[in-house]
Write a protein that binds this ligand. Structure first.
Ligand code: SAM
Length: 317
């Protein structure tokens, strides 16, 4: 585990350090586990299923861009330890900028990329990459770092955007970072917990929390859901135990309009699965990724039933 700064060891109030720092500290401390240990995990299939969903989503939007141009540049906002690097390699993109608030995760992501590059066979293609540690809800990437000269075709924000809904300013800054450097016709795609489902489950519960033996969600109270700062504690076995915020999707859509974006589509994971599984290639990928060995009804009922979205910056007229 990472050795904490002695100052960090004294319990400090959340308003002093901010939720962002707590989130970063949490992700920094997460251990990378090997394949063997991962396959014994109780959330093995769930992880694989989420990964399949991201693969199909990313592949779809790479295809959309590739119809217009061949050199594709991507911003991975909240890249974590680089769980999507292979997807970008498969998509044969030209350049990737990875950014995350957790410095250790960014280092691990960079290392993973270097290892991948070293394993490349002669003539095998791998994208160029840049790695930036930044709080995307507070730092403007284009002014603080060397991002302004880059025009992204895709900004991918996988399981991250909900951390920004602490305040309007933070949510708007993250949107600015996601959409502000997109080329005309570029896409902002992502996955985030489905707030409608979360509230529905909370309202159906007799207490302020719900879940099962693998995950739990705990709100401070029921019945009041402010647009920003509606915090809940999310716990998922082995992975996450952090404060998150409800994202009211119609509001995200409105805010994105301010940045010139238009909604392409928004779906729940279930709807996405039901549509994409009709395609033989996606079906085979689901098998290869070992995500089908679980009863999907159980999966959808036992997890947070995330939603995904794709927003497009329309081509300027
Ligand atoms: N996108 C990666 C993936 O799908 O594997 C990681 C997802 S992980 C659930 C959430 C990530 O969001 C963590 O790596 C965390 O550090 C990052 N994150 C949270 N708040 C952030 C912020 N304000 N700015 C940048 N990254 C943030």
């Amino acid at each position: 585990k990472r050795k904490l700064d002695p100052e960090d060891e004294a319990p400090r109030k959340i308003h002093e350090i901010g939720h962002g720092q707590a989130v970063a500290a949490h992700y920094n401390e997460l251990q990378e586990v090997g394949l063997e240990k991962r396959s014994q995990s109780r959330i093995f299939y769930l992880r694989n299923f989420n990964n399949w969903t991201k693969s199909v989503l990313i592949g779809e939007f790479i295809d959309r861009v590739r119809r217009k141009k061949s050199d594709i540049t991507v911003l991975d906002l909240g890249c974590g330890k680089g769980g999507d690097l292979l997807k970008w390699k498969k998509g044969r993109i030209k350049k990737l900028v990875c950014t995350d608030i957790a410095d250790i995760s960014v280092q691990q992501c960079k290392q993973r990329y270097e290892d991948m590059k070293a394993r490349c066979r002669y003539n095998e293609h791998i994208f160029d990459a840049e790695f930036i540690q930044a709080d995307s809800t507070k730092d403007l990437l284009s002014s603080k770092y060397n991002v302004p000269h880059t025009c992204f075709d895709i900004c991918s924000c996988q399981f991250v955007y909900h951390y920004s809904f602490e305040t309007y300013e933070q949510a708007d800054m993250m949107l600015k970072n996601a959409c502000g450097n997109l080329s005309p016709g570029g896409y902002f795609i992502g996955t985030t917990p489905n707030s409608f489902e979360l509230v529905k489950r909370l309202e159906a519960s007799e207490t302020n929390s719900f879940g099962n033996d693998v995950y739990s969600v705990k709100f401070e109270k029921k019945g009041e859901y402010p647009l920003f700062g509606c915090k809940y504690d999310f716990h998922l076995e082995e992975v996450v135990d952090v404060p998150e915020f409800l994202v009211y999707f119609p509001l995200l859509e409105q805010m994105a309009k301010k940045h010139g974006m238009k909604l392409v589509y928004k779906m729940t994971f279930r709807e996405f699965y039901e549509e994409k599984i009709k395609n033989e290639e996606h079906k085979m990928l689901l098998r290869r990724m070992q995500a089908l060995e679980v009863d999907l009804t159980v999966l959808f009922d036992s997890e947070r039933n995330s939603a995904l979205y794709g927003l497009i910056l329309p081509v300027a007229q």
